[in-house]
Write a protein that binds this ligand. Structure first.
Ligand code: ADP
Ligand code: GN1
Ligand code: MG
Length: 364
């Protein structure tokens, strides 16, 4: 990828000099690089080429990120002992006075201060990490609960609207744009037969029983940074912070953080939800949110991981059927493999659902 990362760096920073850049992380959406500076006492930086097919309005996206990070910084500053630069992303303003630049090819770029000595996990292997991850997500939601001003922009409209996603999936099945529907009969059946039960949280939302709050909406476990002692630092990947239901955040972190295998594991015998990790994560999450959640929200917490795993299987399958337009893929079957793995994980959750419900009942 022949980007002139030094020129990008120079559009943001003037008090240190570019020493080199390397690709960073395993995200599916943006192109992310770590930029090292030559001066030992200066910050290093994360620079991202933003995916403007996925995020169609970058100024609105960046407006959200600026508001959210400024608010969190202000609140963290009031907490004795907090380390603001490690407990929240810090946006680096560009020399054009915006928080992004557009290069000559029309690519959008932004920059954050790099949080050093961090660790993130694609797979979680201990209850301590699961607890800490749950706590980080609860804390994040609490920090943003009193964000002042107008509602945040909807950076991806209807992002967790599973009803709409099911409808548009059915249209894709009929149009079959990549000629792949015939290969997906069993997976499609698994999606369609669960469609009605997956609409419950949205129905409760419409009835006013589950409130719209400010949520992260992409709480994949590797979007939580930890320090080297295993304490959670902060949530990154703030592009989808917007109005939503708490269930999306709770559920998506279990989907990724209590799975004993990778999201795209091809050996399905390895894919299983670990109930001990689920319990630890729920304990961490509820330690921060127990007093905020209403009774109905608590009642449906155990269902949230099933919903989010279902939604993710649906999204991967829809992308496969549409010809791999959305997620970065590493082989031509990647999206169908991801679908199968997520469906297996969903079955594992379904098998353990009564136990999940018992755990939540005990904790709430
Ligand atoms: P994507 O949407 O593509 O997942 P992310 O915003 O999650 O992009 O960034 C990709 C990766 O870059 C992360 O998984 C993390 O490893 C790293 N990263 C992003 N921001 C920071 C930061 N401020 N400090 C340290 N690492 C970061
Ligand atoms: C994407 O950006 P990343 O890789 O953290 C996606 C999530 C999916 C996830 C599946 C904006 O997350 O919604 O759950 O892939 N982000 C967006 O791995 O669509
Ligand atoms: Mg990410």
């Amino acid at each position: 990828m022949g980007y002139d990362l030094k020129a990008i760096f120079d559009s943001f920073v003037s008090d240190s000099s570019f020493a080199g850049a390397n690709p960073c992380g395993s995200g599916h959406i943006h192109d992310t690089f770590l930029i090292n500076t030559a001066e030992k006492d200066k910050d290093n930086y994360i620079v991202q080429k933003l995916n403007n097919k996925v995020f169609k309005n970058i100024p609105e996206l960046q407006e959200n990120i600026e508001r959210v990070t400024i608010h969190m910084h202000q609140k963290l500053l009031l907490i004795p002992g907090s380390d603001v630069k490690r407990e929240c992303l810090t946006v680096v303003p560009a020399k054009n006075h915006k928080s992004w630049i557009v290069d000559e090819e029309g690519n959008f770029w932004r920059m954050f201060i790099f949080i050093p000595d961090n660790i993130s996990y694609d797979i979680v292997d201990s209850e301590d990490k699961a607890f800490e991850g749950g706590r980080a997500i609860g804390r994040f939601q609490a920090l943003l609960a009193d964000l002042p001003g107008k509602p945040l922009n909807e950076t991806i409209p209807s992002f967790h609207d599973v009803e709409k996603r099911i409808d548009s999936f059915i249209s894709s099945l009929m149009n079959d744009p990549a000629g792949r529907v015939k290969e997906t009969i069993s997976e499609t059946d698994s999606i369609l037969k669960r469609a009605e039960e997956m609409k419950i949280i949205q129905k409760l939302g419409r009835e006013g029983k589950v409130p719209v709050r400010i949520t992260h909406n992409d709480t994949k476990f590797n979007n939580i940074l930890f320090d080297i002692n295993g304490k959670s630092l902060c949530l990154i990947d703030l592009d989808t912070v917007m109005p939503g239901y708490f269930h999306s955040d709770f559920g998506d972190a279990i989907r990724t953080g209590a799975n004993s295998a990778a999201e795209d594991e091809t050996d399905l015998s390895k894919v299983k939800m670990d109930l001990n990790l689920f319990r630890a994560y729920a304990e961490g999450y509820l330690s921060e949110t127990r007093n905020t959640l209403n009774t109905i929200e608590k009642e449906y917490l155990a269902f949230a991981p099933l919903l989010m795993t279902y939604e993710q299987a649906l999204r991967f399958l829809a992308d496969y059927i549409e010809g791999d337009k959305y997620y970065r893929i590493h082989n031509k079957n990647h999206n169908i493999q991801r679908t199968r793995s997520q469906l297996r994980l969903l079955e594992s959750m379904e098998e353990q659902y009564p136990r999940m419900q018992e755990i939540i009942n005990k904790l709430t």
